[in-house]
Design a protein around this ligand. Structure first.
Ligand SMILES: [Zn+2]
Length: 436
């Protein structure tokens, strides 16, 4: 058996803040499951609007969650493609369906609290619609086979998502529906975890966090919090693109930077520059907080954070200052996916890779937990693309006291579902009302 870490030594979460979350969700321990409606019925590497439109059965999902004692449901209402899967007047909804509204209705008669995840800076559709709002490279370079030049916008081939043409629909027709789809095909299934997609390759864009994209996001936020009964709103991709170090050097950002630090301050590679990036992201967090709370004081706000090295990754690339954002939003969700890097199911080597990352992620949290201050931290870990044993190890290892969230509904195997139910009953003491 895995020995659980005594996380209370590392975190100093405020009890009042934890109580507030428990009261809002109506639970003692959070036991959450996430669902990404636009990523098809299997894993998370397909972009599939047809499934979102016709295949997704809301009541079936909620029945399953209830049966397994899941008490918080996390719906990704806006994914990296940019589709807005609710009844929107402002955004783009290619599913022609109010998926958020349907889940709100289905959740009413059940003891399942609804939280939403909202992708912020990564938005393929907005990148297509508003290239002038996409972040801009400040240097020329080559990364993962992508060549880019100084001054070019950061719209690149998507690394993870692939698209299959629905039966009887030509590429040209489908491109009208998904305007950011390219005619390039990824045919081979790669061995490494990052090259597992198959199908047509869409483009992806990281938007500039000093552009009008922020106003667009805030308008969408208003729409959601006003019109839907949600318990929590979590911002995902509240950061710069982690693949590059030179974003965003658009005219807007450069001007703001020099206004703040003077004409001589150095772009891209200086402490001032990294501070500027972190402040830009924190400002967005503050706007989001103010917008949500002005409409519904009780709605819990949160953000997703990527574990990793503080200086090289969080600061230089992502622009995520954990300390700063934690003082603004109510909860942080750390994304702990070690067995997404490798699973024993793919052979001995990949099992070892997963084990290594498990060790690293635990160590990273021990080292960095203090950066969250007294803000509650709820981890999300993966059930998809790992086996039952690995999933349980992660669920136990990354429960910092508040509970655990799982990613994701589609792709979780039947054996994993059984284990999820059993874990709820034996380890968390959740009964059929999903309360303790
Ligand atoms: Zn910019």
């Amino acid at each position: 058996m895995i020995k659980a870490v005594d996380w209370s030594k590392y975190f100093s979460m405020d009890l009042k803040k934890i109580e507030n979350i428990q009261t809002n969700f109506g639970v003692k321990k959070v036991y959450a499951m996430g669902l990404m409606p636009v990523r098809g019925p299997k894993g998370f590497r397909k972009l599939d609007y047809k499934f979102a439109q016709n295949g997704l059965n809301v009541n079936e999902v909620m029945d399953k969650l209830e049966e397994c004692h899941i008490n918080v449901f996390g719906l990704v209402i806006k994914d990296t493609d940019g589709a807005c899967t609710w009844d929107t007047n402002i955004g783009w909804n290619p599913t022609d369906r109010d998926i958020l509204g349907e889940f709100c209705d289905a959740g009413k008669d059940r003891n399942i609290a609804l939280m939403v995840s909202f992708t912020s800076m990564n938005d393929a559709y907005q990148g297509y619609l508003h290239p002038e709002r996409v972040s801009v490279h400040g240097k020329s370079g080559k990364k993962h086979g992508i060549e880019y030049k100084k001054g070019e916008i950061s719209t690149h081939n998507e690394g993870e998502l692939r698209v299959d043409l629905p039966e009887g629909i030509s590429f040209e027709e489908y491109q009208k529906k998904i305007p950011f789809l390219t005619n390039k095909i990824d045919e081979k299934l790669g061995a490494s975890r990052a090259t597992r997609g198959q199908g047509y390759i869409p483009l992806t864009s990281f938007m500039c966090p000093n552009s009008e994209h922020i106003d667009y996001l805030l308008e969408l936020t208003k729409e959601i919090v006003k019109n839907y009964h949600i318990k929590a709103f979590f911002a995902d991709y509240i950061r710069y693109d982690g693949a590059f170090i030179d974003l965003c050097a658009c005219d807007r950002c450069v001007k703001l930077f020099h206004d703040k630090y003077g004409e001589k301050a150095k772009l891209i590679n200086s402490n001032e520059w990294y501070d500027f990036k972190a402040d830009t992201i924190a400002e967005y967090a503050q706007k989001l907080q103010d917008t949500i709370k002005s409409i519904n004081q009780d709605c819990i706000t949160g953000w997703f954070c990527l574990p990793g090295p503080k200086k090289l990754f969080s600061r230089k690339r992502l622009g995520q200052n954990w300390q700063k954002i934690s003082t603004i939003l109510d909860v942080v969700s750390s994304m702990e996916y070690p067995y997404l890097m490798g699973t024993r199911d793919d052979g001995w080597f990949w099992g070892k890779v997963g084990d290594f990352f498990y060790w690293y992620f635990i160590r990273n949290m021990k080292k960095r937990a203090h950066e969250f201050g007294n803000t509650p931290v709820l981890s999300i870990t993966n059930s998809v693309e790992c086996n039952t044993e690995e999933m349980l190890k992660q669920m136990k290892g990354f429960d910092f006291g508040l509970g655990i969230a799982l990613f994701k509904y589609y792709g979780t195997s039947e054996s994993q579902w059984s284990a999820i139910k059993k874990y709820a009953e034996d380890e968390l003491g959740l009964n059929k009302d999903n309360t303790i």
